[in-house]
Ligand binder design. Structure first.
Ligand code: NI
Length: 134
């Protein structure tokens, strides 16, 4: 059984590696590397797997997941510039893949080990990535 809680956050970013020249960043990341940043309305799906508790009928109380996402993800990344404001991306290129990995690690560290965790991050209506720890 899996349950899902969805959340949205708005962040600015720039795809950029400090250890590359501007020309190389531009060649690899194109307009995503524009120096004045750009924004996305991210949608994060947090999928939790496990057994249904026979007493409550819940796999997990989704209020717990809602609060966890708020504390670990939204409060940290919403209305932030990921490159400039967020220590998680100080030396990590904020691609959708890396944002998903960071979100997974943040949530995993606070979620009881009995639960499985998969995050799916939508960067645009058409582009998404999914991470399950591997
Ligand atoms: Ni972008």
């Amino acid at each position: 059984m899996k349950v899902c809680r969805r959340a949205t956050f708005n962040s600015a970013h720039r795809l950029y590696r400090k250890d590359w020249t501007d020309d190389k960043n531009k060649a690899v990341f194109g307009k995503c590397s524009n120096e004045n940043f750009h924004g996305h309305n991210y949608t994060l799906e947090v999928w939790i797997s496990g057994n249904v508790n026979q007493e409550t009928g819940y796999l997990i109380d989704l209020k717990i997941v809602k609060d966890l996402i708020k504390e670990e993800i939204s409060d940290r990344f919403d209305h932030k510039n990921l490159n400039l404001d967020c220590v998680e991306f100080k030396d990590l290129n904020p691609t959708a893949e890396n944002i998903a990995i960071v979100c997974w690690n943040l949530l995993r560290s606070k979620l009881a080990s009995e639960y499985g965790l998969v995050v799916k991050l939508w960067e645009t209506e058409n582009n998404s990535v999914e991470y399950d720890g591997i």
